[in-house]
Write a protein that binds this ligand. Structure first.
Ligand SMILES: C[S@@+](CC[C@H](N)C(=O)[O-])C[C@H]1O[C@@H](n2cnc3c(N)ncnc32)[C@H](O)[C@@H]1O
Length: 207
């Protein structure tokens, strides 16, 4: 089944995003101390219109990249830009349905915030199956802060995305519902925009 929610916003998504939340693209370009020589298989989930692919292709020169995005319109934009790259495999599907193996780095760029809490377990399961033992999760997203200004910014975000999500959401999901499903260690963390946006590198352990 195709995800049509972003059809309306896809043409101007990046302009809107960069205007309201310029730190999103900064967080997406944060690779911490990942050694590109050790990364041969990378997956980016909920990659949107694909501007994240540029820094990923530049940084991880030896990697094959699986680009997973359920919205047809977002995917079209990404393919228009990078469809000729032999290093990218485009998969128009939901995160909970991905079926990959031995991924060195799974990139989750501002996608967990859109996953309903009731789906977090299924999503965590498909991610964990796909990432190899001692592989990494590169997570970037909003963090809920309690001060009034941060709450207002978050509210603006959710109001902008209301027509596409089809529901009014006032706060972020609890990311522990995702990370609580597998063994991992936080390797490093960088925060942006007065700590309303974070980029975190986790290492995954399987036994
Ligand atoms: C807020 S946008 C972020 C896009 C891009 N990563 C960025 O940072 O600009 C969330 C993206 O996740 C996608 N998405 C929504 N539900 C998803 C799911 N269940 N699995 C994977 N991607 C999903 C949407 O289509 C959308 O492109």
């Amino acid at each position: 089944m195709r995800f049509v929610g972003y059809r309306l916003v896809a043409p101007f998504y990046e302009t809107m995003r960069n205007f309201f939340f310029p730190s999103i693209s900064k967080a997406q370009r944060e690779f911490h101390r990942l050694d590109p020589k050790l990364v041969t298989k990378l997956a980016v989930v909920g990659g949107g219109s694909g501007d994240i692919l540029n820094p990923l292709l530049e940084k991880f020169k030896n990697a094959t990249i699986y680009f997973i995005e359920p919205s047809e319109s977002m995917m079209e934009k990404a393919k228009k830009r990078f469809g000729t790259s032999r290093r990218i495999f485009f998969k128009e599907e939901y995160m909970e349905d991905i079926n990959l193996e031995d991924i060195d780095v799974m990139v989750l760029p501002f996608v967990l915030d859109i996953i309903p809490e009731r789906k977090m377990k299924a999503v965590a399961k498909s991610v964990i199956v796909s990432v190899k033992h001692k592989g990494f999760i590169l997570f970037s997203d909003f963090v809920q802060k309690q001060d009034a200004f941060s709450k207002l910014k978050m509210l603006i975000l959710y109001l902008i995305f209301l027509p596409f999500r089809g529901k009014l959401q006032m706060s972020l999901p609890d990311y522990n519902l995702f990370f609580g499903n597998f063994k991992h260690k936080l390797v490093s963390e960088k925060n942006f925009s007065n700590k309303t946006v974070t980029s975190r590198l986790y290492q995954v352990y399987k036994d």
